[in-house]
Design a protein around this ligand. Sequence first.
Ligand SMILES: NC(=O)c1ccc[n+]([C@@H]2O[C@H](COP(=O)([O-])OP(=O)(O)OC[C@H]3O[C@@H](n4cnc5c(N)ncnc54)[C@H](OP(=O)(O)O)[C@@H]3O)[C@@H](O)[C@H]2O)c1
Length: 262
Amino acid sequence: MKKIAIITGASTGLGREFVKLILEKKEIEEIWAIARHQDKLDKLRRQLGNRIRTFSIDLSNRARIEEFGVMLSESDVEVRYLINNAGYAKFCSYHDLNVADSLNMIDLNIGGVVAMGLVCIPHMPSGSHIVNIASQAAFQPLPYQNLYSSTKAFVRNYTRALNVELEDCGITATAVCPGWIKTHLYERANIGAAKATKRFCGMTTPDKVAKKAMADADRGKDISIYSLYVNFCHIGAKLLPQQLMMKLWLQQQHIDPHSNTK
Ligand SMILES: NC(=O)c1ccc[n+]([C@@H]2O[C@H](COP(=O)([O-])OP(=O)(O)OC[C@H]3O[C@@H](n4cnc5c(N)ncnc54)[C@H](OP(=O)(O)O)[C@@H]3O)[C@@H](O)[C@H]2O)c1
C-alpha cells in the first residue's frame, strides 16, 4: 500500500509549508494536495515536484468530500497524515454577512474538518496523525470575528476529544492554534467593514508555525501553540473572565461596539 499524506488548503500559506515539511519525510510516497483552484495547485506541483498529486475540491461541499471518500476507498493507499488546513476568516460584524456566506464558513471550517476526518480515519493505520488547524481565535469569543472564532473553538475542542477517542487505534489528533500568520488569509477576510480587525499583534511566518505543528503532531501532542505571545494569550484566556478578555480584545483593536459606525 502506498503511504500518503493528505493536505487541504495546500496551495498557499500554511498549507504550502506543510507540503514542504512532508516532502522531507521520505517514507511518505505521495502527497495529495487539495484546494479549489487548479491553477494554484499546478503551480505548487511545478515548484515542489511530482510526489504531489492535486485535487481541485471545494471542501465546503459535502457531496464533493463524499466523492473523494469513494475514490480514496478504491485506491491502494494508507493515509499517514491528514492535515485539515483549509479555512478562512471574515473580519466584520454578524450583519455584514448573509446567511449563505455565514453558513459557508461553518461548512468549510467545521464541516470540512469533520467530514475529511471521518472519510480518512478508516484508511489510517496505527502511528498515523491528524493535524487540524484551529487558531488563537479559539481561546475566547471574539466580537467582530464572531463566526470565525467560534468555528475555531469547535476545531480545538473537537480535535482534543478526538485524540482521546483515537488512542486505542494508535492515531493522534493535534489542534494547531496559531496567532497571526503572514499568508493570503487577509485578502478574503478584509471586506471593508468599519468594525473590523485591523491590528495584528505578534505576526509570524507560516514556516515556523508548520514546523512546530509537525514536531508536536509527531510527538502525539493534542495541542500545538507557537510563540511566547500566543502561549501568554492562551494562559490569559484560561485565567481571566471571558468578559474581560473580550474587552481587552476590543481595546486592542480600537473597536467601540457602541459607536454608530456600521
Ligand atoms: N493567517 C493567519 O493569520 C491564521 C491564523 C490562525 C489560523 N489560520 C488558519 O490557517 C489555515 C490556513 O490559512 P492560511 O492563513 O494559510 O490562508 P491562505 O493563504 O488563504 O490559504 C488557504 C488555503 O485554503 C484553500 N481553500 C480555501 N477555501 C477552500 C475551500 N472551500 N475548499 C478547499 N480549499 C479551500 C485555499 O486555496 P483555494 O482558494 O484555491 O481554494 C488555500 O490553499 C486556515 O484554517 C486558517 O483559518 C490562519
